[in-house]
Design a protein around this ligand. Structure first.
Ligand code: GLC
Length: 714
């Protein structure tokens, strides 16, 4: 329903002013070379007048800077329509949280919501109104660099965390919150061969069952914007795809907010081969319902013929303008274009102790203990430790999409460890991709003096995120050579891996007594890791994505279909040639979805399953026999029911993170919602399972116990 103010503005605005609202410009149009540019630049022929009718800008922040630009802009705006400031605030503004894939490992919606709330507060006091987040693309291919920005391979986990993130960013859109832009619609996370910007081709059945749920959850959580994706889907580029944006997004999901293209995605319709020129590209995107053109200048083409637009184009421009003005109104910009932004508020908020503590807390929940032979971890304070590796003493722990974060202000793992362990020494051993003998020999000599070796390995944040697809997902050979040399010293090795993607850690696992996955852990990641290694915090992270034995297995994910010739996990698997398997690799992953160890000894036992209305409630007992408390994630999977379309061998349908005190039992109830007990038939109609349903309960996706119930769905 268009408000009175928006209706009135629409009547007063000229066609040029309406078209202006549809343009988003990059920061350099307003602040020259200091701008943050996050996409390819294209030639454009905009007049200064156009710049001052543009509806929004991306990549500018800072209380004073935004205030100055807004004041200057409003002074030139005939109808005083405020400029909208947008940017990529993905996992923190100046206080950087773990990358989203790391936060997903917390399996804690409250942690994800907290991270988004802090990011929103810091962004809002710095003058931002909209974040291009959360990215909720489902991803099953670690070769694709943007896997770091996702929450992994599972539709249900992605949906729960998408809602948590939107709730955290938006709150009630007061001046401490910002509008969320869910992206990238749709299925950008499924590029063929994991190659960035490559073709996506999914059946609509699979898209709707597995890729659509998380976008749908974000929209149900009232995300104010949706961003188009660069890829094709169902044979049509998303940015021109009316079935995707009109039928599915606008009609089925009833999305009333603003659709913004990704950077130059409208212009790229020419490369895709569906538009012959920029004007045709503009017409297709406008017809698909794209409201804002981010940096392709296609919509600027309408300015040249503003007086002669046909009625349908004029109508589409009015609809888009109305949605943009409603967004500005929902942010309170017509009442206060500055949203109470002052340098004092900004100063008090940015990287406050409270915010940094929140980042540390979330990082502690995100770190995953993947191996701990002979309980070598946690480490005693007085042990002689050698910290070796290219990632041991660097601030490059923030990960991609942390443009406002400062690596130089980020404590390194060595800095944090030295505060807790008085006898820790350090040597780099090698660079990320380089070995030199002096550095290498120095590291071995340092390691010889120690009782235990902590190898800190991984990739720089520059090899993670957009435009960083890789064909080889092992650690660089130089680092593996260093690890092999360290292993020859015959001392126990604890390997810490800093990464934005699942890697092939097979050799690391072979050579290490313990393996700790730190992700890119953020501003306080080093302190969080130190607390985990020292036992001050008991690790509770679980994998939101499968870690393969080799890249040849990719895509590999837990919720696969059984096939007609599955393995039986008996002797037959070896003897029978004609099974769905490889002759040179196992089918199983190195580390499965949902896996993560604890210093405690916790076991899960399903107690009962009862139907409550259309939901199912599962009572589970957890027992911790260890002398220390621990958090864990109880996971409930629906085992492959019989249906008219194939169903995953197992599918996550409920989970809960629980603290189990030492030497105690706790009982909890997991509720499986009715919508998790449905499936899509071959005609794309939603059906409900009937009859006996089997649930698998456990602390990861592989080690589970079954409980069944006859489900009545009448
Ligand atoms: C980039 C990304 C998108 C981001 C946008 C603006 O190309 O694909 O996720 O929000 O440009 O920076």
């Amino acid at each position: 329903m268009t408000s009175e103010r928006v209706s009135k503005l629409l009547q007063e605005m000229t066609t040029e002013e309406k078209i202006g609202q549809l343009l988003q410009l990059s920061a350099d149009f307003f602040e020259g070379s200091q701008a943050v540019i996050t996409g390819p630049m294209r030639e454009h022929d905009l007049t200064l007048a156009t710049v001052y009718t543009a509806g929004s800008v991306l990549g500018i922040s800072g209380a004073e800077r935004v205030h100055q630009i807004q004041a200057d802009y409003l002074a030139k705006s005939r109808l005083k329509i405020p400029l909208l400031f947008m940017a990529d605030i993905v996992h923190g503004f100046q206080t950087i949280f773990p990358i989203p894939l790391g936060m997903a490992a917390s399996f804690d919606p409250e942690a994800v919501k907290l991270a988004s709330e802090v990011a929103a507060r810091e962004s809002a006091v710095s003058g931002l109104h909209v974040t291009f987040a959360p990215m909720v693309d489902l991803v099953r291919d670690p070769r694709w660099g943007r896997v770091m920005e996702s929450t992994g391979e599972d539709p249900y986990l992605n949906s729960v965390l998408a809602k948590a993130s939107v709730d955290g960013f938006q709150g009630d859109l007061d001046v401490e919150h910002i509008a969320a832009c869910v992206k990238h619609f749709a299925a950008y996370g499924a590029p063929e061969a994991g190659r960035e910007y490559n073709t996506v081709d999914l059946s609509e059945w699979r898209f709707r069952e597995q890729y659509l749920p998380a976008y749908s959850a974000a929209i149900a959580a009232q995300a104010k914007l949706v961003m188009t994706s660069f890829n094709t889907l169902f044979g049509v580029p998303a940015t021109a795809n009316q079935h995707l944006f009109r039928d599915i997004l606008r009609d089925e999901l009833a999305f009333k907010g603003v659709v913004i293209s990704d950077w130059d995605a409208i212009g790229e319709l020419i490369n895709h081969g569906v538009a012959g020129n920029l004007q045709a590209a503009a017409d297709q995107a406008l017809a698909a319902g794209v409201d804002i053109d981010m940096m392709s200048f296609a919509y600027a083409k309408y300015l040249q013929k503003a007086a002669n637009l046909d009625e349908s184009t004029r109508q589409l421009i009015d609809e888009s303008t109305a949605r943009i003005l409603e967004l500005k109104e929902s942010l309170g910009l017509f009442t206060d274009p500055y949203r109470q932004v002052t340098p004092e508020r900004e100063q008090a908020e940015l990287k406050s102790v409270q915010n940094l503590n929140a980042a540390q807390q979330v990082a502690e929940e995100s770190i995953v203990l993947l191996k701990n032979e002979r309980a070598i971890l946690p480490l005693a304070r007085d042990q002689k430790l050698a910290l070796i590796g290219p990632v041991a003493n660097t601030g490059d722990l923030l990960g991609s999409w942390s443009w406002q974060g400062d690596q130089h202000q980020t404590p390194s793992i060595y800095t944090a460890m030295a505060e807790k362990f008085p006898q820790v020494s350090y040597a780099s051993g090698c660079a990320y991709h380089q070995l030199n003998h002096r550095e290498f020999d120095q590291a071995l000599s340092t390691a010889r003096q120690a009782d235990k070796i902590i190898a800190v390995l991984g990739l720089p944040s520059s090899e993670s995120g957009e435009a960083t697809s890789m064909t080889d997902i092992r650690l660089p050979q130089e680092q593996l050579t260093l690890l092999q040399a360290l292993a020859k010293l015959g001392k126990p090795i604890i390997s810490v891996v800093v990464t934005g993607r699942p890697l092939d850690l097979t050799l690391v696992d072979d050579l290490s007594a313990a393996v700790v996955l730190a992700w890119f852990p953020g501003s306080r990641g080093a302190a969080a890791l130190t607390n985990i290694l020292s036992g001050a915090v008991n690790p509770s992270g679980k994998l939101p994505m499968t870690f393969p034995r080799s890249v040849g297995q990719v895509p590999i994910y837990y919720n696969q279909f059984n096939t007609g010739r599955p393995l039986s996990h008996t002797e037959n698997d070896r003897e029978n040639k004609y099974l769905s398997k490889y002759i040179d690799e196992a089918n199983s992953p190195l580390y499965p979805f949902g896996f993560g160890l604890s210093y405690a000894e916790i076991k899960a036992q399903p107690i009962s399953a009862t139907q409550q209305g259309r939901s199912i409630q599962l009572k589970v007992e957890l027992e911790n026999t260890a002398a220390l408390a621990g958090k864990t994630v109880v996971q409930c999977y629906l085992h492959q029911p019989v249906a008219t379309t194939v169903q995953p061998v197992q599918r996550l349908v409920a989970f809960s993170k629980v603290l189990v005190p030492s030497k105690q039992k706790v009982e909890l109830t997991l509720t499986v919602a009715p919508e998790e007990l449905t499936y899509l038939d071959a005609a794309l109609k939603r059906q409900t399972f009937t009859g006996e349903l089997k649930f698998l309960i456990g602390l990861d996706s592989q080690h589970t116990k079954a409980i069944s119930i006859a489900y009545q769905n009448d």
